[in-house]
Design a protein around this ligand. Sequence first.
Ligand code: CDP
Ligand code: MG
Length: 708
Amino acid sequence: MKRVIHFDEDQDKGHQDDFEFKVHDNTKQQKKKKKNGQQQQKDQKFHAANATTVPLDRATMKQMRKEMLDFRQQLPIYSGRDAIIQSIQDSPTVIVMGETGSGKTTQIPQFILEAGMASYNAGAIAVTQPRRVAAVNLAKRVAEETFTTLGKRVGYTVRFDDTSSDETLIKYLTDGMLLREILSDELLLRYKVIVLDEAHERTLRTDMLFGMVKKIQKIRKEKRSNGEDIEELKIVVMSATLDAEKFSEFFDGAKILYVSGRLFPVDSYFTQEPQADYLDASLVTIFQIHVKNPKGDILMFLPGQDAIETLTTLVNEYASQLRPSQQRLLACPLFAALPPSQQQKVFDPAPVNTRKIILATNIAETSITIPGIKYVIDCGLAKLRGFNPKIGVESLLLHPISKSSAWQRTGRAGREAAGVCYRLYTEDAFRELDDDTVPEIRRCNLAAAVLSLKASGIDNVLEFDYMDRPSRASLIRALEELYALGAIDDKGHLSELGKKMSEFPLDPTFAKVIIQSGEYGCSLEVIAIVSLLSVDSIFFTPSDKREQATESRRKFIHPDGDHLTLLNVLKAYWEVKGDVGWCKEHFINIRNVKIALEIRDQLIRFCERIDINPAATCGTDTDQVLKCFLTGFFQNSALLQPDGSYKSVAGSQTVKIHPGSAMFGKRVEGIMYNELVFTTKHYVRSVSSIQSAWLPAAAPKYFNNMKN
Ligand code: CDP
Ligand code: MG
């Protein structure tokens, strides 16, 4: 089968060399395999010889040091070394803006150390990273550059892995870990310099650090002027995009240093047609580049681990079909959960006569630089945190990237020479993209953000110094919601429950329901239902077959409403092992069920982490499931009135059951719902039947307050 994707550049070029997806002559392949085997053996020998543990002689060491210094000196940032050191010495806070790969993250901490600004007495240097992989990788690199053992002078701290010691003077750590350190070292006294890296990403944690570190700097200054023996705290903010002004404003007009990058021109091309299947489009594009274009490695941006793993397998499969005369192609995956030994492959030079294709998440966008890249393929998608408005699940939904991300990705092709970027979307689609990624604090539910702030030790969330401040009213609403849920006490302090809730990547209401499922003995059911509620709908209803669809789904309906109906569908789906024909027959949206099941896997892992048995089941006592949901959704409940309408408990508002609900047209004592939809009336969706007697137990604080 021959598949070709037309990019704008293709108009004036022929396709005589297109890659064809077909199996080549087997005998040739066998021979090639043999040859490859020999080549491999040679490579292995080469590695073995290199991996010697014999101490290096002085001359070799000297030579290696010289080479490393030469490498460092040719980085764009090196020419600005003195100015950078001077500025950090002169001012409390400095903003450094520079192209990805210019040397900010690896060099600036070394400059600071070399200038004697950090020491065992004065304090160490902390460099924060939004991503774990980046923190580990950068620490390794800097240990290499300084010829020291990792974990000594240069180290890293990420969750579950602390490779640092009392000797560590340059420490790379995730922003979450620095937040944790603040809880035990309020003024971060072990540090002299805090480098907030990748500031442009504006993750919730980085935003929290901005406010906290600024405050710590001020307190340390005051203490010093009161004569206390305390070091001044230096802050360096580093960003790869042009938002430096905003950071400067936040840090009281801090000085901005621009590092002139060395970026070679990159031609970028869009597809002529939208691509329905980005994986298929990626595969075809990779091989088109491989057979048509001159030497140079390829970097492909993909949204997540699943896509990367699928494509790695496919690329390797098709690569074995390349003609023996053609260059080899080697797929190297790169994502956060990849074992470190495999991550290293990305940075090693490709074997002889081989082109590397690196399949990466947006880790490779600004935080990690991979040498040798000449071609970039951008699928235009990323998995972003906090984007599922239905249950507030983080990092689960595919989202189109922003224009600024697209430009960053493009830039990765021009680090060492002119390059090319292939965008797997049309130019029109590009114009539709947001300019910048919206800061996480603006995206995620505020109750979730406030809970996260509290869990990081910020009690007064109203007075917190936000770079993008949410309105006071919305913060108060979030506090009230958390109080009613029992996540904070009447003094606003985080409760044990709240602490657990903050560990979940969910809206606080759903997090509470899942945690409570442990006590109600129905985690199996609750986790499944929450996952199913997180997708648009697991049903599909073609407009011309509406009645048929409703009819064929009737058998799943549970008399107590939508929650248990969803569960029935899932049980039936499992029974037929997700059979495609069965799904079609019953108008079940198989794609959405699969997405929901992925979410379910994640939630199960979170439960295990906090010792909730995800397999606990209540069997036929399904009231437990509804009572459990009510502990999160008590504010979304309504009671039947004498006239047959339902009035909400929270706002005394009349609500109508949506016609799509299993409860439509039913009269029960009370209902609970997950969603309120405003059309001409207040419709509620995802509705189940409840008893009014369940309410006080579901939320004692809330209902006792209402009585008073
Ligand atoms: O932070 P920034 O993006 O400005 O650059 P960096 O991460 O400090 O990387 C500077 C250079 O170091 C890159 O261009 C790479 O050539 C090199 N580097 C490397 O070879 N191996 C690493 N693990 C990290 C960086
Ligand atoms: Mg960097």
